[in-house]
Design a protein around this ligand. Structure first.
Ligand code: TYC
Length: 103
């Protein structure tokens, strides 16, 4: 019978499960001054969203105060948030993206 003589070795004590990297949220924060269209442009340019998704996320932040843009590894989340904040600063708007750990 195939497989009959297979010996199943127990995992060595030292074999450790690799922890999944902790995930972080990039949060889009609402403000009263940044034009809606500019927020959508930034979401499209930095987070590769299409027009419809960008507008939906922008409107979520506009209506509820904030919106989760993406959940990813810490370094990526921080790089993206900085890129987006830099675009806002360059354009003279107070638009703010923040990063926080996912529960
Ligand atoms: N509230 C802004 C306005 O009315 C638009 C806006 C939406 C700004 C979402 C920031 O994250 C934001 N012009």
């Amino acid at each position: 019978m195939p497989g009959r003589n297979v010996v199943l070795k127990p995992k060595p004590e030292t074999a450790q499960k690799l922890d999944r990297p902790k995930l972080y949220k990039v949060i889009l924060n609402n403000d009263d001054y940044t034009p809606r269209e500019f927020v959508t442009v930034v979401l499209k340019a930095v987070f590769r969203m299409g027009e419809e998704t960008g507008r939906r996320v922008m409107l979520t932040a506009h209506r509820f105060g904030s919106a989760v843009v993406v959940v990813c590894q810490k370094d990526i989340a921080e790089t993206k948030a900085k890129e987006a904040n830099d675009l806002a600063k360059e354009a003279g708007f107070p638009l703010l993206f923040t990063v926080e750990p996912e529960e």
